[in-house]
Design a protein. Sequence first.
Length: 387
Amino acid sequence: MSKILIIEDEAAIRRVLTKIIAEENDSYEVENAEDGLEGLEKIAKADFDLVLCDIKMPKMDGVEVLEKIKKLKPEIPVVMISGHGDLDTAVNTMRLGAFDYISKPPDLNRLLNTVRNALDRKELVVENTLLKKKVSKKYEMIGESEAITHIKNMIEKVAPTDARVLITGPNGTGKELVAHWLHEKSDRTKAPMVEVNCAAIPSELIESELFGHVKGSFTGANKDRAGKFEAANGGTIFLDEIGDMSLSAQAKVLRALQENKISRVGSDKDIKVNVRVIAATNKDLKKEISEGNFREDLYHRLAVILIHVPALNERREDIPHLVDFFSKQIASEQGTATKTFSNEAIALLQAYDWTGNIRELRNVVERLIILGEKQVSENDVRLFASK
Ligand SMILES: Nc1ncnc2c1ncn2[C@@H]1O[C@H](COP(=O)(O)OP(=O)(O)OP(=O)(O)O)[C@@H](O)[C@H]1O
């Protein structure tokens, strides 16, 4: 269904336009407004896919209506309807963001073509913004500290290569974010980045999860199944919490890295895979090696490039930027206005002991926004911090 609004003060023209458009396609649903004010009210209340708007109207002229629509809902294409005396104005409205204009009396073909084109464009714009939101909003990497700047530079340099990267740092510092960007800025983006949380999978299942299995290889294996390495073929595998992987799984991963081939559990057939490996851990792997929990040869294979993401307490200058970013992000998620944080509140947040790092900071900002009035004050933070 495409919802189309016609804003036109002349009843006869309104009727003709409605009839032509509504009869052209069953999926066009046409509504009318007699003047700009009524039109804007309707636009504010419902979602239209296209607006046709007369230029010369009492109360509010079409140019003003157009400007208001562009502020209110910039994604809606607006087609202007021009009479004899306002052709110049019609041409000028294109500069203000009108999609196109049609002249009175409307030429049937031109009118329908314009409607079709405008609706197609609307679909594209919406798709693009959705995509952009998906890509950028979730994965933006905020921070101007030396540490974050260094990490961003490393990502730029290392991402286009096939080098394996080991990302270290405490929980909630943004290791997954770094992995995401390494994949996103590589040549492998057409293929997937497959994430495996090695700590979340029971050790007896990790091999089958990573390498797949053949039917009958263990109880419950009732059909052949590909593993994550095969799923990531051509792309990237992100082995999160690799420090928690069992020694036997480590041996198999090592082989996959050395030979670029894997075999499914229960099969001796080799399968060639082309996968870039990115791993992350919050553990001190050197210590794990000395305690016999992690294979040194695997460490060297994985840590061709090391990226360390420091704790938030070590880059407090990023906190105001992160607070600002999260408060905008949360406001847009909840559909509320962005709240501002007083300087005192920011100073307190900057001094806080962030054992849970950025994940904890985001949670705190969210709670403060729910708690606080228009402005988040020093008191709000104290109230929260004392809990
Ligand atoms: N620099 C940053 N800018 C904006 N958001 C960030 C930044 N770093 C982390 N985040 C956000 O904080 C949250 C935690 O980050 P992420 O999951 O990448 O951390 P992690 O180190 O992988 O955590 P864990 O070790 O617990 O898996 C995510 O929502 C992430 O988007």
